[in-house]
Ligand binder design. Structure first.
Ligand SMILES: [Zn+2]
Length: 254
């Protein structure tokens, strides 16, 4: 799956989950969804050519290298006889539920300890990643939402420091959405590592063949990406409520 589709599906999932974590207002949902969209690109940090690895030049390139080494090491140590003869770098460690959970917990704990600046750092990385994949419109929209938040909340911007747990959920959700997207493409993901399945700890879970589609091919470009774009607008808080009376008014003329 391409970076843009990962970010788009992350955006939709973020908008869907935002009300469940108490972020049902438009500005909160936009910030939550932008964070989820950005971190839906994080698992591909294990590939040197991915958007996440190229985002901040040598800094993210070094992080990507470290992650590949960690993934390869983990693969070598935990693989079973049934596992493929692979280097264990791309689409391994970072494409598991364990990684999504660990990234979420680390984000929540790190931002809890680091306070407002750590929260801002995570949010900025998420926004930059999402903007890189979805386009420049996202930055003014998200910054506007954050400014609105600061103006309307009684605690001002300092209140953003309370968001640590919430950011952890956005990061973990983004990683899970990424893996689901990859599993729909030809490759599959070792979601349940290190639980052994059919003699493999890195068993790649994937849907039946008729449900899978090729990365960057017709189905993704002509179906998934446009559908996710439409859903990404319809899921914004208030849009359906606004559209319902308008649609009824139009239909009543027929
Ligand atoms: Zn991936």
């Amino acid at each position: 799956m391409m970076g843009r589709t990962h970010a788009l599906t992350g955006w939709c999932a973020g908008l869907g989950v935002a009300p469940l974590v108490g972020s049902g207002a438009l500005h909160e949902a936009v910030v939550f969804a932008a964070t989820t969209a950005g971190f839906a690109l994080l698992p591909d940090l294990d590939h040197p050519g991915a958007r996440a690895s190229r985002l901040l030049g040598p800094a993210t390139a070094a992080l990507s290298w470290l992650l590949r080494r960690a993934s390869a090491g983990m693969y070598a140590v935990t693989r079973l006889a049934g596992d493929d003869d692979s280097t264990g770098t791309h689409r391994h460690l970072t494409h598991t539920l364990a990684f999504a959970g660990a990234a979420g917990v680390a984000t929540a704990a790190g931002t809890q300890t680091g306070g407002m600046y750590a929260v801002a750092a995570v949010a900025i990385v998420g926004l930059l990643l999402a903007e890189n994949a979805l386009g420049d419109w996202l930055l003014p929209v998200s910054l506007g939402a954050i400014a609105w938040w600061a103006v309307t909340s009684p605690g001002g911007l300092a209140e953003l420091a309370q968001l640590s747990g919430w950011l952890g959920i956005a990061v973990a959700l983004g990683c899970v959405v990424h893996c689901l997207g990859d599993a729909l493409t030809e490759s599959g993901c070792p979601f349940l590592w290190p639980i052994p399945i059919r003699g493999q700890t890195w068993y790649e879970l994937r849907p039946p063949a008729w449900l899978r589609f090729r990365t960057g091919k017709t189905v993704e470009n002509a179906l998934i990406a446009p559908a996710a774009t439409i859903a990404g607008v319809l899921l914004l808080p208030g849009v359906i409520d606004q559209l319902a009376p308008a649609t009824e008014a139009v239909l009543s003329h027929f």
